[in-house]
Every structure is written in C-alpha cells, then in structure tokens.
Design a protein around this ligand. Structure first.
Ligand code: ADP
Length: 411
C-alpha cells in the first residue's frame, strides 16, 4: 500500500510517500481509561500496531504557502500531486496519513477521517492554535485533490491518553479544566509509542510488561514514563512548553515568573511572553545558540555559558529520569531518541553520569558508535539498560494509516 504521509504547517507542507509492505495481523486492543471523554457518545477508535515496515519512495517540502507563488494549501496539494505523478512513475497513492498535533481528550488512537472528525480537530484549535488549523487545511486540500482517498489522522497527544488522572490534572480550581480543558496532554506521542515498541522488541520484553523512560530529545524535547508498555507520565503538559530545557523553550518554570514579569514590564502581554518562553529561552537563552551541535562545540572550546546550558539541560533530564524510575516502579530501560538523543554522545554521557544512584553505567565505546540501528550503550553491569533507538514518526504514521485503511477494507 502506498501511503502519503503529510505534516502540515500554516505555511509549509512536509510529505513522504511510503510503501507499506504488509499489514499487521494484530487484534486491536480495547481502549480503557480512567478519564471521561469529553464526548461520551462518540466511540474511540482503537490502535493497531505491528511489523509492517515501509520504504520511502518520495519525500519533500512545499514552502511559502500563502506567499506570492503558492496561494493556499489546495494549490500546494495540486503542486504535490503533479510532483508525485512524476516521482512515483504512474503508481498511485492508496491513502494519506496526517500528523495532527492535538487530539484533545477525544482521540486516543489514529482515526479514519470523515467530515465530523475534521470538524472535531477544528474544534480543538484553541488547544493548538497554530497547528490544528493547519492540519485541517491539509485534510481538506487532500480531500479536494483526491476526493476518494481514505485519510487517517495520527495525533501527537493520543499516546498519552493512558495517563491516570492524578498525573494529568493540575492542582488548580476545577473549572479551569471543565471550562477551558486545562490539564496535561503531553506531546511527541507518536515517537514515544514507536520507540517504546522498538526498545521492548530489542530487549525481548513483552510490550505490556515493559517499564521504561524514553527521552525524545530534538529541538523540542520530552521524556515519558512507560509503565506496562503505555504512557504513564510525560514531561510536556498543557502545551509543549513544559518539562525539559529545550533548544528555545524554557521547560518547567514557577508560574509566578510569568505574572511577575507582566507586572513589571508594561510591554509584556501574553503574545510577548509566549514568544519569549517558546522562542528565546532554553539553550538559546543561556548559551546564545539553540542548536546542540553548536552548544557542544562552544562548551568543548571552553565557553562557560555553553557549559552551563548543557549542565542545566542534563540536570533537568536526569531529575525527570529519577522521578519516572520511581513512577514506573523501577525502569528496565532508559531510551534516547531524536536528533540529540540519537547523535549527541557527550550529552547522553553527561545525563547518565548523573544517574549513578540508579546503578546506570555507560560503555563509552558503545556510546561513541554512530549508527542508524537500535543499540545498547550501557555497560554490562548496568542496573538499567541504556539504549539508543532512532525514531521514525513518518514510518509510524504510515503503518497506522495502512492498518486502519486495511481494516476498513476487510470489514
Ligand atoms: P526537531 O525537533 O526539529 O525534529 P531533531 O530531532 O532533528 O529536531 O533534533 C535537532 C537537534 O539535534 C539539534 O539540537 C541538533 O543540534 C541536534 N543534533 C543533530 N545532529 C547532531 C549531532 N551529530 N551531534 C549533536 N547534536 C546533534
């Protein structure tokens, strides 16, 4: 099955075409949750997962949508359709899978798209004002270009729907939750889910008995506590601003910092503060650069600000790992993934050096290896396995899409 994987931004569209070679013979697991769905009348779809692989046949980026060259997402899709006709040499797409940032409380797994689903994603826009409207534009544009193409949405938040209520609630007045949906959602779910599966398989542990701590460290970064193979806690919250020190995001902060700045600086409105905390903070604020490679190079050359930034980021992460080790009742594995997690060996070492109390020891030679494969970097006597697992969100989206479309066909 040829699956077009779409990741829509407000002015860009990233795509991949994947050949999904086999469909998993996996019975869907019924979803259970301790939390109420906002709309109890709508049945939650269920996820399937399995080994279906996927070769990339085409990939690219359409930029500057809304600029002088490309009017809107529909025109971007027309352009893409032309490109694909050439790149796929006449083969046609069988389904489209969309990355959608926010699934709110409604979506706990990938879903087949219909108009009601699109409206629901639109309705969740207040929770992801930049991302969800862009995803809707992409969904409608695909619908216009290929009216009969089955479409699937895969949500960044869905994997974290298994978090228990004492984890996802904020200790603030209840009507903030009931009126505005203010609670912890968590993000990077597609990656955390995929990487968890890969790690369990590598270690030969049954997924539903797997306890792990997964650190997805890219420009945005989050760490997830995995208990019984599912998300039990995660460092991002109502938005992706919470948790770790990231490239340009502050991560955890005393909320009074925000109100204090607002009182002192008359120019500090919500937009300015949002921009400061999301775009001008993190490594960038401390080291002067958001990019891990540049920060590491500067630290190696003796730059104290860069060294401080790395210590802050490593300390914050180690603190989460320690906490999550307790949360999952003793973790079997610490798993690193995404740009920094997969490539920044010195940063992995820096984090693990702080985890001696958990009995974690790293093998420096194994840590130095660069490879696209799943690998172990812990030393033989380490009390916790430390792994590097390359993430592949597009593959996960393509697999989920193929599985749902295939299930619909076989009904
Ligand atoms: P995004 O969240 O944008 O998908 P990525 O997962 O691509 O981000 O991760 C980007 C981060 O990975 C950057 O901080 C970058 O410096 C870091 N990175 C990529 N390659 C290396 C490397 N070889 N060594 C250290 N850091 C790296």
């Amino acid at each position: 099955m040829l699956v077009l994987v779409v990741n829509c931004g407000s002015s860009s569209l990233k795509y991949q075409v994947r050949e999904v070679v086999a469909v998993p013979d996996v019975e869907p697991q019924p979803y259970t949750s301790t939390m109420p769905a906002l709309d109890e009348n709508v049945p939650l779809e269920v996820a399937t997962r399995g080994e279906v692989g996927g070769e990339v046949l085409a990939s690219g980026l359409v930029e500057n949508i809304g600029g002088p060259g490309i009017r809107d997402h529909t025109q971007a899709l027309e352009l893409l359709a032309e490109r694909l006709e050439e790149e796929l040499a006449g083969r046609t797409i069988d389904a489209a899978g969309h990355r959608v940032v926010h699934g709110g409380e409604r979506f706990s797994a990938p879903v087949l798209v219909n108009n009601e689903i699109i409206r629901e994603i639109e309705r969740l826009a207040p929770l992801a004002p930049l991302h969800n409207p862009a995803a809707v534009l992409g969904l409608r544009a695909v619908q216009r270009t290929w009216p009969h193409l089955p479409q699937v949405c895969v949500f960044d938040t869905a994997f974290h729907r298994t978090m228990p209520e004492h984890v996802w609630r904020y200790a603030i007045p209840e009507d903030m939750y009931t009126r505005y949906g203010i609670r912890r959602y968590g993000f990077h779910g597609t990656s955390h889910d995929y990487v968890t599966g890969q790690a369990a398989q590598f270690l030969g542990v049954a997924r539903d008995q797997f306890a792990a701590v997964v650190a997805h460290l890219g420009n945005g970064a989050s760490v997830t506590a995995i208990k019984d193979g599912r998300s039990y806690d995660t460092s991002m919250g109502y938005t992706p601003l919470a948790g770790l020190v990231m490239g340009t995001r502050s991560g955890d902060l005393d909320p009074s910092v925000v109100t204090a700045i607002m009182r002192r600086d008359p120019a500090a409105d919500p937009e300015t503060l949002d921009a400061m905390l999301n775009k001008e903070s993190g490594l960038k604020a401390i080291a002067g650069d958001h990019d891990m490679r540049a920060v590491q190079e500067a630290a190696d050359a003796g730059d104290e600000r860069a060294e401080l930034a790395l210590e802050m980021a490593a300390y914050r992460l180690a603190k989460y790992v320690g906490g999550y080790h307790v949360a999952v009742g003793g973790t079997q594995a610490l798993v690193f993934t995404a740009g920094i997690g997969e490539n920044a060996a010195p940063f992995r070492r820096r984090v693990c050096e702080r985890l001696g109390a958990l009995g974690i020891t790293v093998d420096d030679d194994a840590n130095a290896v660069r490879s696209p494969e799943v690998r172990r970097i812990s030393a033989p006597g380490s009390a916790v396995e430390v792994l590097v697992v390359p993430t592949d969100e597009e593959r996960a989206i393509a697999e989920a899409t193929a599985a749902l479309v295939d299930r619909r066909r076989s009904r």
